[in-house]
Design a protein around this ligand. Structure first.
Ligand code: AGP
Length: 614
């Protein structure tokens, strides 16, 4: 995710150094570009920005030429448009009367861009953010105040945003707005700030107020004004309520970079609802997703390639392409690409899944298949990654950077994006019409809340269960989609808790694996709605003394004996939501088991976040 900071002060004559320092404290969020803007003494907006790191920006930018008591800064994690100088934030309007920094995704950016260009605005970048500056330019001309102008602009924006805004001629004000992307206000003595996250401002103040969705307003060095969007207008939040929401943060700067969580992994598990919402917001109207579905339908062969967790996400695409579009696809572990080399050609489309977009095995497979004439669809979390440069068409998750080595939010956002792709493929295959597609999209819109419920309910239960996971080995089994989810569950436990968790299709038990089962052997059974017969596999394991725990959505009824434990996850009304109900529990179980065994879940032994070697 992008990082935002804004500071307005009466106690120092220049905010540039404070902003740069704040951006450095947001570097852990991952970024590819950086920028800063101030309102100088003459009330003019001066902005500097560049692709690259903060160090390279400071080296090549004459920061002494920028001076002001009010300014905003930004570290960009690209979602719309590659990392370039002109795509970096802040973005300004036609006449540099407005400067904007943004974290989030504007869902209606295509129609907004057409509208603003048609009205004569000179849009300079490929970003959705710049459109906000031009929209505000218009609203300021037709409004009596900055607050009114911002309210009007926000009513025309759909999607997610945390905004920091400067307006020329208002040298002591920073406007802000929040919708589903985190934004806080820091209350200092003679200076106030806004930021995406506490680390950016913890050296300025420990008194913070967390903004809520739909809130906007402004800060000056001595004042915080907050408003709430209503219907087609807005209303002011009374000052006494504003003051009552100010909290004092006791975190150390290091703890603050994890937003108070002990590890990045648990923070990223809890970030999944926001990541899922951002991914859906940015994809559901993206024409490239339908274009990718059209390419898949036009191919003779479909290969879905990835490594590790990304391979497991690809299995979910295999499942729903078959179920919804009647398309047979071949999921392929990237390092095994040579198995299909001779079978791939111009009649083949390859869907390559990689959150980093830099995994050596996946890139090798892609380059080989590309040379054989295959079409390549990339699915990645990193704009400008090697995969996005190799692919003919790239779809982006919008999970934000994932610091923990274990893939968590990037997996679930991959699953959501791939399910969306399968839904569109199903409609294009003619198996159903657009009204059914709309019903499926309504189902997918519940993914964030399903994951949120799974995390909140599952966290304390997983923490308790972790203490019982003492055996060195375990099985995680399922049928159909459950067998695919079981693979991801097992990998999490293996790579983070160092316990040998083996996943396989439950029907295989009697063909060999059940020989391993003895008294107390842990067996998790992932029960999905497509395979109620998995109850029989739970019973046959229990009959041989295994400790059996069936993990299933609460509304799925299964005939189970009383000595088979049940882990109820949030109820779902569609197979499409099963990953978001079930997987967070296993992510949390892996995390808490690792912590209870004294391991660092962020840095598991022998592993790297991105495997760029063969
Ligand atoms: C998942 O928890 C692991 N960190 C690993 O399996 C990872 O998914 C794999 O290396 C693929 O990475 P990618 O998505 O960046 O290609």
């Amino acid at each position: 995710m992008c990082g935002i900071i804004g500071v307005t002060t009466s106690k120092r004559d220049n905010v540039v150094d404070v902003i740069i320092e704040g951006l450095r404290r947001l570097e852990y969020r991952g970024y590819d570009s950086v920028g800063i803007a101030v309102v100088d003494e003459q009330g003019r907006i001066v902005a500097k920005k560049a692709a690259g790191t903060i160090d390279s920006f400071v080296r090549k930018t004459d920061l002494s030429s920028i001076k002001g008591r009010t300014g905003i800064g930004h570290t960009r994690w690209a979602t719309h448009g590659p990392p370039t100088d002109y795509n970096a934030h802040p973005h300004t309007d036609c006449n540099a009367k407005v400067a904007v920094v943004h974290n989030g995704v504007i869902r209606n950016f295509s129609s907004l861009r057409q509208l603003l260009v048609a009205r004569g605005h000179r849009v300079k970048s490929e970003t959705d953010t710049e459109l906000i500056a031009h929209l505000l330019e218009e609203k300021l001309e037709e409004s009596t105040s900055g607050v009114e102008a911002l309210s009007r602009a926000l009513h025309e924006i759909q999607g997610t945003y945390a905004l920091g805004i400067l307006v020329a001629g208002e040298p002591d004000k920073i406007y802000f707005a929040r919708m589903r992307s985190p934004l806080i206000v820091g209350i200092g003595d003679g200076e106030n700030a806004i930021a995406s996250d506490i680390p950016a401002i913890i050296s300025l103040t420990r008194r913070v107020l967390v903004l809520e969705d739909g809130e906007f307003g402004y800060i000056t060095p001595h004042r915080v004004e907050i408003y709430r969007l209503t219907g087609d207008g807005y209303r002011r939040v009374p000052q006494n309520l504003v003051v009552s929401r100010i909290k004092t943060i006791e975190w150390t700067p290091e703890a603050a970079s994890k937003s108070g969580y002990p590890h990045f992994m648990i923070k990223e598990i809890f970030e999944q609802p926001e990541a899922l919402y951002a991914t859906l917001s940015g994809s559901v109207e993206d024409p490239l997703v339908r274009e990718a579905a059209r390419i898949i339908l036009g191919a003779e062969k479909v290969v879905v390639v990835g490594a590790g967790t990304s391979y497991h996400a690809g299995l979910v695409l295999e499942y729903f392409l078959a179920k919804l579009a009647g398309i047979v696809s071949y999921p392929l572990i990237a390092s095994e690409y040579k198995v299909l080399e001779e079978a791939v050609g111009e009649d083949t489309v390859v869907v390559a899944v990689s959150q980093s977009g830099e995994t050596f095995d996946t890139l090798e497979a892609v380059r080989t298949f590309k040379e054989r004439g295959a079409s390549i669809i990339g699915v990645t979390n990193v704009v400008g990654s090697a995969l996005s440069r190799e692919a003919d068409l790239t779809l982006y998750t919008r999970a934000g950077p994932e610091i923990g080595v274990a893939a968590t939010k990037t997996y679930l956002t991959q699953v959501l994006l791939l399910e969306l792709l399968a839904v569109f493929a199903g409609e294009m295959s003619g198996r159903y019409d657009s009204s059914t597609t709309r019903r499926y999209l309504d189902v997918l819109s519940k993914a964030p809340i399903t994951a949120k419920d799974s995390i909140e309910v599952g966290d304390p239960e997983a923490r308790m269960l972790a203490r019982r996971l003492v055996k060195p080995s375990m099985y995680i089994i399922g049928r159909g989609l459950g067998a695919m989810l079981a693979k991801e569950a097992a990998l999490k436990i293996k790579e983070i808790a160092y316990l040998h968790a083996e996943a396989y299709p439950a029907g295989e038990s009697k063909h060999g694996p059940i020989a391993l089962v003895e008294e107390g052997f842990p067996v998790f059974v992932v029960a999905t709605g497509d395979s109620p017969e998995v109850a029989g596999n739970a019973v046959e394991m229990r009959a041989r003394g295994a400790w059996v725990r069936v993990v299933k959505p609460a509304n799925y009824e299964l005939e189970l004996p009383s000595d088979v434990e049940v882990q109820a996850t949030p109820p779902v009304d569609s197979h499409l939501l099963e990953p978001f109900s079930i997987i967070p529990f296993f992510q949390l179980l892996a995390y808490h088991t690792a912590v209870s065994r004294g391991y660092d879940p962020d840095k598991p032994r022998n592993l790297a976040k991105t495997v760029t070697v063969e």
